[in-house]
Structures are given as structure tokens and as C-alpha cells.
Design a binder for this molecule. Structure first.
Ligand code: SF4
Length: 359
């Protein structure tokens, strides 16, 4: 498996590879996955494609991902797929955007330097998809019933980018249609990918909010290798809006760089020019400033040693979190400036849109 210096600004070849669907270099299959039709189907598909397949008793037993150094192994792991069964059917909470995280997969083949998965699934960077979808959805139904008539929202992107692997399982479409039938259930997810065509005819019943993660050109080009370009994401957002989905944008991480005000204004003006009118009717924005933990910083510098990502604790404010674990955010003056600028520009360019939160 080739390794590339992904921490550098992208080359033409890298930009082109953004439009390709992820194909794993190596697949591990848990035997229990073959008891499910979806597991068997995925297994047969990769076998026919000639992709190396190994059996593994459990994803915790995955061994032999190639690479002479930790960095090589990390990069190769991100091109490795594990097909398995989700055993824990207790869903994690997912505030502030939803009540629960719905577990459909973990991991992602892209290389965003600040990816939350660096720490969330730090030691297991391979991509894991689950094939016991009916059991997962049945558990979701129980959660919905427990809270009815309150609406229960599920977030499908807490541990993965669900669009980036949808062509492998089709699980996101199944979940969208399942939630479409739930009077008191709603689904949301976010993606940096544009592969949305298989979802356009899903019977979503407007119960799914389809969000795209966007950022200023400078940020996408320097820190998001392996994801779809800004233009690809906007084009996909237009298709999704035309298919009747409620649409949203997460601008994250809001990052302080030289020229950030013009950069973010340019992003919103471009979005305003390119977005189809259908999208404007029910549009949300979520704004998340850049943050990092000490552990994340260490991992990012190991994996992307030439990254330009600024993570200087001395220029940040320490924000205490749950269980005594804190993170470094921007000091109040910078955070407020980011928030004020984004809110002003969104109000100017998207007067009907709702800003859900800034954090
Ligand atoms: Fe992480 Fe999302 Fe980037 Fe994938 S696309 S590496 S999940 S931030």
C-alpha cells in the first residue's frame, strides 16, 4: 500500500482521488457476520473483486495490517475494512445535536488532520461496518417508544462519515427509510463526501436532516485530504435539497488563520451563489470552533508531522469538560469574533436560515 505525505497541501492527483469511492485494500470478516444476508453479500462481493479477505474472531483480534512504522500502519489501517456484528446495542448520547448516536459504522478512509476519530477510535483506525442492521434499528425503535410523544433524534455520524462507506453496506439508506416511518423519530448526519446518488430516492418523509461539513478553502485544502472538494459537496447538497431533504451545514472547525474573515465570507458567498433555491427554505447552520486535547495533539503530530495545524496551548483557553477532561478552545476574544462574523454573514446571506448553536 502506498503512503503519501498527506500533511502537505494536495497535489492534482490527490484532488482527483477525492472523487473516487473508497475501495479497501484488505478486508477482515467476523464469522458471525456471515450469518446475516448483508454480511454474506459483502463477503461475496469483495471475493469476486479479488480483494484479500481474512477471517477474524473479532475486530479486537485484527492482526497483520502491513506497515513498517506506526504511521504506515495507521495509514494502511484506514484502508482496511472489518465486516462485523454490533454487539453492544446500548446507544451513546450525542448532545447537542441529537439524543442518541446510532451505531452503523466506525472509522473513515479520509485524513482530516483534526478528525475527532483520532482520539475517539485512536487505537483502532480501521473501518468497521455492521451487518446486523435490523437489530440496531429495532433498538432505535425502543428508544423512540420510550420517549414518545417527545421526538427522539439520532446522529449517524458520531464515529464515521456515513456517506463515505454507504456504497459498501447501504445501511444509511435503510436507516433513513426506517426513520421516515417513525412518527417520533428523526435522523441527522454530516458528511464531507458527495456520493449521495443512492440516497436521493429514499423515502425519507423529511425526517432526516442531511448536513454537509464545509470550511474555508484554506482549511479544506490544508487539512482535509481524501474528502470531496467544496464544489462537489455543494453540488451534492443541491441534489439532496431537490430530493426534498431538510438540509444543513456544519461549518467546522472554525479556524483562525490569516485572512479568516475574508475566507469565511468567501465561503458563505460562494455557497449562496451555488446553492439551489429549494435548499433555502429549511436550512440550518451549526458552528463549531476548533478545539484539541493534549492526547489529540500528540496523535496528530505523530500521524501528520508536517501539519500546519496550529495547536499552541499558550494561545488557547482551557475549557474543562466532563470527567475532568478538558480541551483547548480559542480564548473568548477570538471565539466571540469568529461567532459574530459567522452569524452576521449567515444572517446577511441566508436570512431564512437558523443557526442551531455555536460551540
Ligand atoms: Fe474524520 Fe470526517 Fe475527515 Fe473522515 S471525513 S477523516 S470522519 S473528519
Amino acid at each position: 500500500m502506498a503512503t503519501t505525505l498527506l500533511e502537505r497541501p494536495e497535489t492534482v492527483e490527490q484532488a482527483e482521488s477525492r472523487s473516487k469511492l473508497f475501495v479497501p485494500d484488505l478486508v477482515f470478516v467476523e464469522p458471525a457476520a456471515l450469518d446475516y444476508p448483508l454480511g454474506e453479500e459483502i463477503y461475496q462481493r469483495f471475493r469476486q473483486q479479488g480483494i484479500p479477505i481474512r477471517m477474524t474472531t473479532s475486530h479486537n483480534q485484527v492482526r497483520g495490517i502491513p506497515g513498517d512504522t506506526e504511521v504506515e500502519q495507521y495509514r494502511n489501517a484506514k484502508r482496511t475494512l472489518v465486516v462485523g456484528v454490533r454487539k453492544t446495542l446500548k446507544f451513546e448520547t450525542s448532545k447537542p445535536s441529537a439524543e442518541y448516536a446510532i451505531p452503523l459504522a466506525t472509522g473513515c478512509a479520509a485524513h482530516c488532520h483534526y478528525c475527532y476519530l483520532n482520539t475517539n477510535i485512536g487505537t483502532k483506525p480501521y473501518i468497521r461496518v455492521y451487518v446486523n442492521t435490523d437489530e440496531i434499528l429495532s433498538r432505535a425503535e425502543t428508544y423512540i417508544r420510550e420517549r414518545a410523544p417527545e421526538i427522539t433524534r439520532f446522529e449517524a455520524a458520531c464515529t464515521s462519515d456515513p456517506i463515505s462507506i454507504e456504497h459498501i453496506t447501504g445501511n444509511l439508506k435503510r436507516t433513513i427509510e426506517f426513520i421516515g416511518r417513525q412518527k417520533y423519530g428523526r435522523l441527522r448526519f454530516v458528511s464531507k463526501f458527495h456520493h449521495v446518488d443512492s440516497l436521493l430516492d429514499a423515502e425519507h418523509n423529511k425526517h432526516t436532516r442531511f448536513r454537509f461539513s464545509l470550511n474555508a478553502d484554506y482549511v479544506i485544502k490544508n487539512f482535509e485530504p481524501g474528502t470531496s472538494t467544496f464544489e462537489q459537496r455543494i453540488e451534492a447538497a443541491g441534489k439532496v435539497a431537490k430530493a426534498g431533504y431538510p438540509l444543513g451545514f456544519i461549518i467546522a472547525p472554525l479556524y483562525w488563520f490569516e485572512g479568516w474573515e475574508e475566507g469565511y465570507t468567501h465561503l458563505l458567498e460562494k455557497l449562496n451563489r451555488q446553492l439551489v433555491p429549494e435548499a433555502m427554505e429549511d436550512l440550518t447552520f451549526e458552528l463549531i470552533q476548533h478545539r484539541f486535547t493534549k492526547i489529540a495533539k500528540k496523535l496528530i503530530l505523530q500521524r501528520y508531522p508536517k501539519t500546519k495545524l496550529e495547536m499552541n496551548e499558550g494561545e488557547r483557553k482551557y475549557k474543562w469538560g466532563k470527567y475532568g477532561k478538558g480541551k483547548y478552545v480559542y480564548p473568548d476574544v477570538k471565539a466571540k469574533a469568529l461567532q459574530a462574523h459567522l452569524e452576521t454573514e449567515i444572517a446577511r446571506l441566508f436570512p431564512k436560515a437558523r443557526i442551531e448553536y455555536f460551540t
